[in-house]
Design a protein around this ligand. Sequence first.
Ligand code: GSH
Length: 204
Amino acid sequence: MTCKLTYFNLRALGEPIRMILTYNGIKFQDIRLDRFGKDWIEKKSTFPMGQLPLLEIDGIALHQSKVICRYLAKKSDLYGKNERESAQIDIAVDIIYDLIMKMRVLRDISDPSAQETKYEEFKNTSIPFYLSNLDNIAKSYSGYLGCSKLSWADFYFTGAIDYLENLCRIKFRDDYPNLKKVIQNVTEEPKLKEYLSKRTNSEL
Ligand SMILES: N[C@@H](CCC(=O)N[C@@H](CS)C(=O)NCC(=O)O)C(=O)O
C-alpha cells in the first residue's frame, strides 16, 4: 500500500495526520510544499478546494484534515470503543477546529488597528472560553480529550498546538494543566518517540 501526504512545510493541520500515520505504523511519503512558493501557486487549482492537506491512501484521495484523521483513527484504536465515545471524540475535535477557524478570521482583517481590536476582544472572550472548556473536558477524562484513553482528538490537539498558540498569540499550554497532560500523554506515547525526536522545529 502506498500512502502519500501532501501538505506544507508546517505542522498546523498536517501534523495530526503525520502523527496518527506514525502511531498506526503506516509508512508515508511526506510531501512538504512551500506555502508561498511558486510550486504551490502553480499547483493550487489542481487540489480539491485548492487547499491542503491531501492524503492519498487505499486508492483514494482524501482532503479535509478532520476527515483524514478520522479515517485513520478508525484503522486503529483511536476512535473510542463505541458510538458514544466516538461522538465525544468528535465533539472535542470540533471545539478545537472551531477555535482555529475563529482565530483565522483575524487574517482577513486587513486594517491593522481593526485587527488588533478584534484580537483584544478574542483574547478576553473566545480564547479563554474555548480553552477552559477544552481543559474541563480533558479534566473529566483525566488528561484525554474524548474518552479515558488516547484518541484522535488528543492527536488533533497536540499536532496543532504550535499552530493554535500562534493563532492565539499566546503560549498557553502551561496555563491549562489538563491540556498540558493531553500533550504529555501523546508525546510520551512510545510509538511516536522516534518520530518526535527527529521532527524539525516549526512555529506553526
Ligand atoms: N477545512 C480544511 C482547511 C484546509 C486549509 O485551510 N488549508 C490551508 C493550510 S492550513 C491551505 O491549504 N492554505 C493554502 C491556500 O489556501 O492557498 C481542512 O481542515 O483540511
